[in-house]
Design a protein around this ligand. Structure first.
Ligand SMILES: *[C@@H]1O[C@H](CO)[C@@H](O)[C@H](O)[C@H]1NC(C)=O
Ligand SMILES: *[C@@H]1O[C@H](CO)[C@@H](O)[C@H](O)[C@H]1NC(C)=O
Length: 114
């Protein structure tokens, strides 16, 4: 009996070929501590270029660019500080990285209007 190729392997191959968060617009990394209470989060495009981000000493969930889910907290919304467009975020199941920054969520344009 042949073992079917797991979907994860196929997705893994497509990640290698097409960059991080395939099928999404952007990716958001994890907290980067800059010292003295200052934290930074980068927003990457699928080639790992930093295209947006937040640097703050405050709660990143309330600074306008990111919105957060209930516990366990992750970013579930992203509003581009460049275009003002609203995006939705899903937790990245693939442990992808941009440099040393582990991707926390993948970001895509909101398709459905309420
Ligand atoms: C990511 O951004 C860089 C810099 O703006 C750009 O050169 C590159 O083409 C972008 N990649 C994608 C997949 O949009
Ligand atoms: C983006 O979506 C969130 C959640 O639906 C909403 O609270 C926020 O007002 C929206 N922002 C814009 C600029 O549409």
């Amino acid at each position: 009996m042949k073992t079917p190729i797991p979907l994860a392997v196929l997705l893994g191959l497509s990640i290698t070929a097409y960059g991080i968060c395939p099928g999404f617009n952007f990716a958001i990394g994890n907290i980067i501590s800059l010292g003295e209470g200052v934290s930074q989060w980068n927003v990457y495009n699928s080639s790992c270029f930093v295209i947006d981000g937040l640097t703050t000493t405050k709660n990143p969930c309330t600074q306008g660019i990111f919105g957060c889910s209930p516990t366990p907290i992750f970013f579930d919304h992203y509003t581009s500080s460049i275009t003002g467009l609203n995006y939705t975020c899903l937790r990245d199941p693939n442990s992808e990285v941009c440099g040393n920054d582990v991707i926390s969520v993948c970001v895509r344009a909101i398709q459905f209007k309420p």
